[in-house]
Design a protein around this ligand. Structure first.
Ligand code: ADP
Ligand code: ASP
Ligand code: MG
Length: 430
């Protein structure tokens, strides 16, 4: 039997009992004959707690030191897990990201993996040991400093290691029974998906479905590593992320198989909306605004520019961005106010984004109509709209977001029967 990489999220190892439960699960896999490499996250809400602690001693902690602090969360859980496994009579060795060969660039807080050289992990496995790797961290190839991969980054560590080790599957253990048609915390009637393609999972993750982080799905797609999302609290099969929306299998009547039209609804509360009011309607102004935002290192998501009122020859430009970048973006744009000649900036962080994702959208023209009708019937006002080939997203007020998600979920017939309510086994949803 081949090598399996298992990743356990913070909610699965929230306390000592959780660590022991996970240790038993790992040992069971080992006893079944597999080689096992484990990636573990910080216990419970440790990372959030550490971030709050840092904020108390400094409003703008140096990025290098913040990474040093945050990586300690995963070191605690990896060592405890190795101890718990040893207590069950199996040999386990814990490794930091750096020891495991996770090589990154030097962008603290959002480092990208550029290489994985898991020699020590392979040696441990060859010696019959269970290797436990601290998730979410690596070492910069340039500075040799410790880096973190961004929130949720243990998922990426796991898939990157699975790819580098040629694992047969990367299992992501969490507090829900798989990938659902919506976040079960908001839509209890959400249905578990048996499988979902990499592309659809990438859209869901990019739109806020934090059950998997976007980069891990990108990594899985590139390396062809199957990812199975399942609960560490049950033995249900979970959801397999695999295949492409362009796969045409030959078992359908006409030689192809139709994908489900819609795979799910995602939501995101992490963004804010910034409106630059009274922008002179002439070539070059949008470029000047977005150059200033880009130079400040802020990534933007949706952009809307209204047609100028003919009389004023001025227009408004709105865009969404991570709330955490709000202050940076406002000061970057304020700095070009004179040269661009706009009137004012309006910053709104009380917004939410709801996104409908499905490969079948490409060939079903009625999808947008159903989507907007559902929002209208629910009395939800739409502030912005954007689309991709397999996604429609809208920005609503923060207060309307849950209503919007549920309305769209129901309108597309995604609700499960009332007796099949999705279970959230743990975690605070933070
Ligand atoms: P972990 O601590 O295991 O990394 P996360 O909190 O990062 O867990 O991710 C699991 C959570 O993702 C679930 O508890 C659920 O609230 C949320 N979630 C959001 N969208 C979905 C979805 N479509 N399917 C399943 N879970 C989702
Ligand atoms: N502990 C990190 C976080 O909370 C990484 C992870 O859990 O994936 O974001
Ligand atoms: Mg996670």
């Amino acid at each position: 039997m081949g090598l399996v990489v298992q990743k356990y999220g913070g909610s699965s190892v929230a306390d000592a009992d959780g660590v022991k439960r996970v240790a038993r699960r790992i040992v069971e896999t080992k006893r079944a004959g597999h080689d096992v490499v484990v990636v573990v996250s910080a216990m419970g809400d440790t990372t959030d707690d550490l971030l709050e602690l840092a904020e108390k001693v400094s409003p703008m902690p140096p990025a290098r030191e913040l990474d040093m602090l945050l990586t300690s969360g995963e070191r605690i859980s990896m060592a405890l897990l190795a101890m718990a496994i040893a207590n069950l009579g199996h040999e386990a060795r814990s490794f930091t990201g750096s020891q495991a060969g996770v090589i990154t660039d030097s962008a603290h807080g959002r480092a990208r993996i550029i290489d994985v050289t898991p020699g020590r992990i392979a040696d441990a496995v060859a010696a019959g040991q269970i290797a436990i790797v601290a998730g979410f961290q690596g070492v910069s190839v340039e500075t040799k400093d410790i880096t973190t991969l961004g929130r949720g980054g243990s998922d990426t560590t796991a898939v990157a290691l699975a790819a580098a080790l040629g694992a047969e599957v990367c299992e992501i253990y969490t507090d829900v029974d798989g990938v659902y048609t919506a976040d079960p915390r908001i839509v209890p009637t959400a249905r578990r998906l048996e499988t979902v393609t990499y592309e659809e999972m990438m859209e869901l993750a990019a739109c806020g479905a934090k059950v998997l982080v976007l980069r891990c799905v990108e990594y899985g797609r590139r390396s062809g590593t199957p990812i199975r999302v399942r609960s560490s609290f049950t033995s249900l099969p979970g959801t397999l992320v695999t295949g492409s929306i362009d796969d045409h299998r030959t078992d359908g009547e006409d030689g192809t198989v139709e994908h489900a039209i819609i795979s799910g609804v995602a939501h995101d509360r992490s963004e804010a909306k910034l409106t630059v009011v009274g922008v002179p309607d002439r070539p070059g102004t949008a470029a000047a605004i977005f150059e200033a935002v880009a130079a400040a290192g802020v990534n933007i998501d949706m952009i809307v520019q209204n047609v100028s009122a003919a009389a004023t020859a001025r227009t408004d430009v709105s865009f969404t961005l991570p709330k955490t970048d709000g202050a940076t973006a406002v000061s970057a744009i304020t700095a070009v106010r004179e040269s661009v000649g706009f009137d004012s900036i309006v910053y709104d962080d009380q917004i939410g984004k709801a996104s409908l994702v499905g490969a079948g959208m490409r060939s079903n023209p009625g999808v947008s109509a159903t989507f907007f009708k559902a929002l209208a019937d629910a009395g939800v006002n739409i502030e912005m709209i954007s689309t991709s080939e397999i996604r429609i997203s809208v920005v609503t007020s923060a207060g309307d977001l849950d209503t919007a998600v549920r309305a769209v979920h129901t309108a597309f017939g995604l609700d499960a029967a009332p007796d099949e309510v999705a279970v959230v086994h743990g975690g605070t949803g933070r």
